[in-house]
Design a protein around this ligand. Structure first.
Ligand SMILES: [Zn+2]
Length: 278
């Protein structure tokens, strides 16, 4: 069943949650666009812009890393300063009421936790943490950001629009950009996120799969599930005969697997759902 009216969608989702509680929730970029974080894909699941950098490119190409950090210096503060929106708060409230179980998120912005949700699995990592690819030392992204500015004041003075995942729209000659290395070992520093072409750590996938198996079903919010790392949970739920609901504008890869498809605004629908009498 597909619904395109907010009031009807909230009512149907309310009923779905009551029947299947606790639900596992899987969230994607569409949840955080209302927090000012741009999305990569359009309503048909197609790229709106050039696909993001792949892990292998980042590791082997020093010139691409200069470009990456030169742009991140402008784009990352948008991610860092973003605030949870009504949808993050609604999910935290529903989780607090015991209606939702684990929240698996494909987002790297940490906004579920900041809205007060517990039991969140950051499937693709957390963009505000850094990891050294040689010695595995962890460090805050803020420190990296400040080192980039200190080493590259002339790049910091440029103007650029924000892009998804802490990237920015900035085209210039980055050959003079100085990329900070690990202060402990001189290794390559990388945000602790799973890039395209990289695998989600197995332990993390298994933890998410177990959470889904032990819940009443799957609610996908704000994701077209075009990336397999998210789609696999819809496949698992379908294989285990667990019901699936989708709340996202546009088409998804799991449309044929879902019992309930809500093609409505995410924040409006979840806010309306909270007002629905029990
Ligand atoms: Zn290191």
């Amino acid at each position: 069943m597909q619904i395109s009216d907010v009031t009807e969608a909230a009512s149907a989702l309310h009923q779905f949650i009551q029947q299947q509680q606790p639900l596992t929730v899987l969230t994607g970029a569409g949840l955080s666009t209302a927090s000012g974080i741009p999305d990569y894909r359009d309503a048909k699941g197609q790229w709106k812009r050039n696909p993001p950098m792949q892990h292998q490119e980042f590791m082997r190409d020093g010139e691409l890393r200069k470009r990456y950090w030169g742009r991140s210096m402008h784009g990352w503060p948008v991610l860092y300063n973003a605030q949870p929106n009504a949808a993050h708060h609604a999910l935290a409230e529903l989780q607090h009421q015991g209606l939702l179980g684990t929240i698996i998120t494909q987002n790297v912005d940490g906004l579920h936790q900041r809205a007060g949700s517990r039991d969140v699995i950051d499937l693709h990592g957390y963009a505000n943490d850094m990891i050294c690819m040689s010695c595995q030392a962890r460090s805050p992204r803020l420190a990296m950001h400040e080192r980039c500015i200190d080493l590259n004041p002339h790049f910091a003075a440029l103007q650029a629009g924000s892009a998804p995942d802490g990237d920015a729209d900035l085209e210039t000659d980055f050959s003079d950009f100085r990329v900070p290395d690990c202060t402990a070992c001189g290794g390559i520093l990388k945000p602790d996120v799973v890039y395209f072409g990289d695998n989600v750590p197995r332990e993390r996938v298994e933890r998410a799969q177990a959470a889904l198996r032990n819940s009443g079903g799957l609610l996908v919010i704000g994701s077209s599930l075009m990336v397999f790392s998210g789609f696999r949970f819809a496949r698992q739920a379908a294989a285990d005969s667990q019901p699936i609901a989708l709340l996202t504008l546009g088409t998804t890869r799991a449309d044929s697997l879902a019992q309930l498809r809500l093609n409505t605004d995410i924040s409006e629908t979840l806010s309306s759902l909270l007002l629905t009498p029990a």
